[in-house]
Design a protein around this ligand. Structure first.
Ligand SMILES: CSC[C@H]1O[C@@H](n2cnc3c(O)ncnc32)[C@H](O)[C@@H]1O
Ligand SMILES: [Zn+2]
Length: 430
């Protein structure tokens, strides 16, 4: 196998968001783009005729193994959905279920041009092993909860989160990094945050947590602590430029300013927020105030797919509805959120195609009726492209999908095993 290959014959989305006719020369070993230019070539090529070569998308908040619960419980608000359906069935999950559910989600990511993701779930060893095999890049963590547990159980769960963050950081040749995840500001009590956040800081581990997702979560916290949730989080040292907060739907002006001041990122999950009727996040206000915003699908049980192009479109659409202003969350902003915004949020060194940059790339085929004519490539990326338009996916210089064929996982076998595991799981839970 050659050390280099060229993605040839297409257009390239530059860091400035210009679209140029160029080839991209990739160094497999270094996992880097060597050169972007009209004449660069190599013996081995990936054809990009009629296609746009763009940075791989980064899904900055997901629970990838929840593919097994896709379509299991719909049409309920967050609390009822979790308590009546999701948590009871998750109690029956085995490590093997999590492995196969993760593999299914990773196949879906690769097919949709996603090259990096941030995951929070359980059995992180299984998720890390599947991630290593897939060739993708990820930030992983074990989510811990204290409510409903005795002190010993709560501390053990949080300790597991910290141990896992230490164990898997740098795994898969550095493609895996880690975070500490207190599930949310209401499902982990103050004493455990006070004990474990400083330990994460000492270990240099960033925080990833659900925040201000529903009004039902915000109200009791304000009642109990007398401050807004993100002020409470800041008092506990939970907002730094390493940290990323999923959802942030119900945030006020003070909280948006706090996010901008501390440099903590927000991961916007518009499909999940709509499906669970959680609310509309004030994304344009965040962008205007200088908050870094990334995009996430959340789990497949609240989406119900893992196509980040849907999130780009949803973010742009609902962003306009939020203030009744069609200029808000414009196409370029939404695409930047799914690439460099997400990458910055979760600490991945990706998000732009340039010489010397990481070779995390999606090649999108524009030769389709729903993408004709092409007045503006970026407009199509935001409003018309679907994940199924992705033709090739490259991560860290490795070709993970060529002409729609996933190279690192066996798609047919993964689908079969996942269907069987999901059926057995639901039988056990009922
Ligand atoms: C953080 S993984 C652990 C836990 O979180 C649950 N979960 C899935 N989606 C959401 C969401 O939108 N808000 C809060 N919690 C969520 C998941 O089912 C796991 O139990
Ligand atoms: Zn979530």
């Amino acid at each position: 196998m050659d050390d280099v290959f060229a993605i040839e014959g297409g257009h390239v989305l530059t860091p400035e968001f210009d679209v140029i006719e160029a080839n991209v020369l990739v160094d497999r070993e270094a996992g880097e783009v060597i050169e972007v230019g009209p004449d660069v070539t190599a013996e081995e090529t990936l054809d990009a005729t009629d296609s746009l070569v763009m940075p791989g998308l980064v899904n900055a908040h997901t629970h990838v193994a929840m593919t097994l619960l896709r379509g299991y419980a719909d049409d309920k608000p967050l609390d009822a959905w979790l308590q009546e359906d999701i948590w009871p069935v998750e109690a029956e999950l085995t490590p093997e279920d999590i492995r196969v559910g993760t593999e299914l989600g990773l196949v879906e990511f690769i097919k949709n041009g996603i090259t990096g993701f941030a995951d929070s779930y359980f059995e992180v060893g299984e998720i890390a092993a599947a991630t290593e095999q897939s060739g993708l890049r990820a930030n992983l963590c074990h989510a811990f909860i204290s409510v409903g547990k005795d002190n010993e159980g709560a501390r053990a769960d949080a300790q597991e989160g910290l141990d896992i963050a230490r164990e898997f950081d740098g795994a898969a040749d550095g493609r895996i990094t880690t975070a500490l995840m207190p599930h949310s500001l209401t499902t982990v009590e103050t004493e455990y945050l006070e004990e474990f956040i400083p330990q994460a800081r000492e270990a240099g581990v960033p925080l990833h947590f659900h925040a201000n997702e529903t009004q039902n979560e915000v109200d009791p916290l304000v009642d109990d602590h007398g401050v807004r949730p993100l002020e409470y989080a800041d008092d506990l040292g939970m907002l730094t430029d390493q940290d990323f907060l999923a959802h942030c739907v119900h945030v006020d002006e003070t909280e948006i300013e706090l996010l901008a001041e501390t440099g903590a990122s927000v991961i916007h999950c518009p499909a999940s927020n709509m499906k669970l009727a959680s609310g509309i996040a004030p994304i344009q206000e965040m962008l205007d105030t200088g908050v870094n915003v990334g995009l996430g699908t959340d789990g497949a049980a609240s989406n119900n797919d893992l196509d980040l192009f849907d999130e780009i479109r949803d973010a742009a659409m609902i962003g306009k509805l939020a203030r009744g202003d069609a200029r808000d969350v414009a196409a370029e902003s939404a695409v930047r959120m799914a690439t460099e915004g997400s990458a910055e949020a979760i600490g991945l060194p990706v998000g732009q195609i340039e010489a010397g940059g990481t070779a995390d790339i999606a090649v999108v085929d524009f030769d389709a009726p729903h993408l004709t004519p092409v007045h503006d490539f970026v407009s199509h990326l935001a409003y018309a492209v679907r994940g199924s338009d992705v033709r090739h996916t490259v991560c860290d210089g490795e070709i993970l999908m060529a002409d729609g064929e996933v190279q690192t996982l066996d798609e047919a076998a993964v689908k079969q095993r996942a269907s069987e595991a999901a059926e057995a799981l639901v039988d056990r839970a009922e």
